[in-house]
Design a protein. Structure first.
Length: 126
């Protein structure tokens, strides 16, 4: 999956005229984005306008961030997570989040529904 993501990036992005990217990564898509971050970090820091994870893992990319990158991810990042206990409305902030990327509720406890349930909120964030 990461090889495919890397192939698509190398094939499409050099031709892309966009000056800003919005990325939405669900589940294992976070792992794919971590690999893109490792390989294309400088370009992403310059052009990434919005970064959304939905019930995903991305902790490896948070290691060795510069202060500029931390500020960027705080501003443009959101992680829509499934709730495990009491119901939280979509977009409601988890009080225990530990990341520079704000963790908010996806509005569901079901992993497969996390992107679909939070889509309207995600679009508003983008």
């Amino acid at each position: 999956m990461t090889a495919h993501c890397g192939f698509v990036w190398s094939y499409m992005m050099p031709k892309c005229a966009a000056t800003s990217y919005a990325v939405v990564a669900h589940s294992a898509g976070g792992y794919c984005f971590e690999n893109l971050w490792a390989r294309h970090r400088d370009e992403l820091v310059k052009k990434l306008g919005c970064l959304v994870f939905t019930d995903s893992s991305y902790s490896a990319m948070l290691k060795n961030l510069t202060s500029t990158e931390v500020r960027l991810l705080k501003r443009i990042g959101r992680h829509y997570k499934c709730y495990k206990g009491d119901h939280l409305d979509v977009g409601e902030e988890f009080k225990t989040h530990k990341s520079c990327i704000l963790e908010v509720s996806a509005g569901t406890s079901e992993h497969v529904l996390s992107t679909g349930v939070s889509t309207k909120h995600i679009c508003g964030f983008i």
